[in-house]
Ligand binder design. Structure first.
Ligand SMILES: C[S@@+](CC[C@H](N)C(=O)[O-])C[C@H]1O[C@@H](n2cnc3c(N)ncnc32)[C@H](O)[C@@H]1O
Length: 404
């Protein structure tokens, strides 16, 4: 049957526990998305393409709100949301009606059968879904097959090491035969309060918004189908799906130049590895990554535009664009620093970038229009500028428009 997932248990689960828990923050969300924010997102995904805001977007496994969010983020785009859960789609339909969201179409359809839409898309977003499929490879391949040749996919799947505590408690629940009745879920929530402070699940319970309510708890601990991917497994997964890794949505946590790793005796060994080997090693050192989010392109399309070469002179013609959610902090500064740059989406506290007054002048000169060469012309020192713009890029402070 075309509508449902191959796994009835997963479909039933999301009828009962729609994700995320229905909420209506739509107007605040609409207000938060300016043209500058859209431009930064566009160049994060397609650095070498001219900014456009009228793309075709598929949100696969959209849950209760994600498709509505994308339609609001990109009011001139055409957005299609698919999901197997009628409950989740009904909630999005209601948002669409209530907030007059005209560029959104919803279909009850399994990811594995997305080809039934008979359409292709420039941007496919699939977050928190594929690791729940009985055959994630088939799901990813189906999405790849509806991707336009120059399209991009944004995939998020679970990562194993940061979820060790979840898998322990999931196994515990299986052993006790804990079900998904209200009674069982409430008893489980009460029991978790007795976990020791150093149990691997405790930091997740404390810090992850996903555990704040009953459906988050059920999603994590009682899910009928849940697997995770280490970095090498994730990269293989993309390759089997006919895709090429382009970049992490937020890359600093994976890089040996960023954060506490940069001052360890192993930094130079790590830096000498291939990017894939670096990501795999850093995942092991960080030890707590719970998900991987990446942008990937079709493997049959030759594209070199997601990595930047700071060795040739190319970098001078890039136009840097500040990423939203980056902030400058001026409290408790390290010696010589005039500010510390932070990306608020990073969850690791060591990923801050101290800058001095000179670098701050270059930072302030970023206006989304000037190229690095034009910014340097004001200040002069190209070698310092090269290091600094590479750092800003690695630390997820900026993306580049390299289309011109
Ligand atoms: C954890 S939620 C993620 C929702 C949304 N992507 C987000 O990030 O907020 C997983 C969603 O995938 C949907 N789903 C599970 N299996 C699916 C399948 N085979 N095809 C389409 N949707 C599926 C579920 O119904 C649920 O809404």
């Amino acid at each position: 049957m075309a509508l449902t997932s191959d796994d009835a248990a997963v479909s039933e689960f999301y009828e009962r526990f729609p994700y995320p828990p229905p909420q209506d923050d739509v107007e605040a969300y609409r207000r938060a998305w300016s043209d500058a924010r859209r431009r930064a997102e566009s160049h994060l995904v397609w650095p070498a393409e001219r900014y456009r805001d009228d793309r075709s977007i598929l949100v696969a496994g959209c849950g209760t709100i994600q498709a509505a969010h994308y339609a609001l983020r990109w009011p001139r785009a055409r957005v299609v949301g698919i999901d197997v859960s009628a409950t989740s789609l009904a909630f999005t339909e209601e948002l669409k009606r209530r907030h007059n969201i005209e560029n959104l179409e919803l279909r009850q359809l399994a990811v594995e059968r997305v080809g039934d839409l008979g359409e292709t898309f420039e941007y496919v977003v699939c977050t928190g879904v594929l690791h729940h499929l009985p055959n994630p490879d088939a799901g990813l391949r189906a999405l790849r097959d509806v991707l336009e040749p120059a399209g991009a996919i944004n995939v998020m799947v679970y990562a194993p090491y940061g979820r060790a505590g979840i898998y322990m408690l999931a196994e515990y629940c299986r052993r006790l035969g804990i079900g998904r009745t209200d009674h069982d879920v409430n008893d489980l929530a009460a029991t978790l309060k007795a976990l020791p402070a150093d149990h691997p699940l405790t930091p997740l319970l404390r810090n992850s918004p996903d555990f704040a309510d009953r459906s988050g708890l059920a999603d994590a601990l009682l899910h009928p189908q849940d697997r995770s991917y280490s970095v090498p497994q994730f990269l293989d997964f993309l390759a089997r799906g006919g895709l090429t890794f382009a970049r992490w949505v937020r890359q600093a946590p994976y890089l040996p130049w960023c954060g506490a790793l940069a001052s360890t005796p192993h930094q130079s060994r790590l830096a000498a590895l291939t990017p894939e080997a670096q990501f795999a090693a850093v995942e092991l050192l960080r030890g707590t990554m719970a998900r991987h989010s990446a942008i990937a392109y079709r493997a049959d399309q030759f594209r070199l535009d997601a990595a930047f070469d700071f060795d040739a002179d190319e970098w001078l013609r890039y136009t840097p664009i500040r990423l939203p959610d980056t902030i400058e902090v001026r409290d408790r500064l390290p010696p010589g620093a005039s500010a510390v740059l932070i990306n608020r989406n990073h969850t690791y506290a060591d990923l801050y970038l101290p800058i001095d007054a000179r670098r701050e002048r270059m930072l302030t000169a970023i206006d989304g229009k000037r190229t690095i060469a034009e910014i340097c012309d004001q200040d002069g020192d190209r070698a310092a500028a090269r290091t600094f713009f590479e750092q800003l890029w690695r630390w997820d402070q900026i993306v580049f428009d390299s289309s011109l």
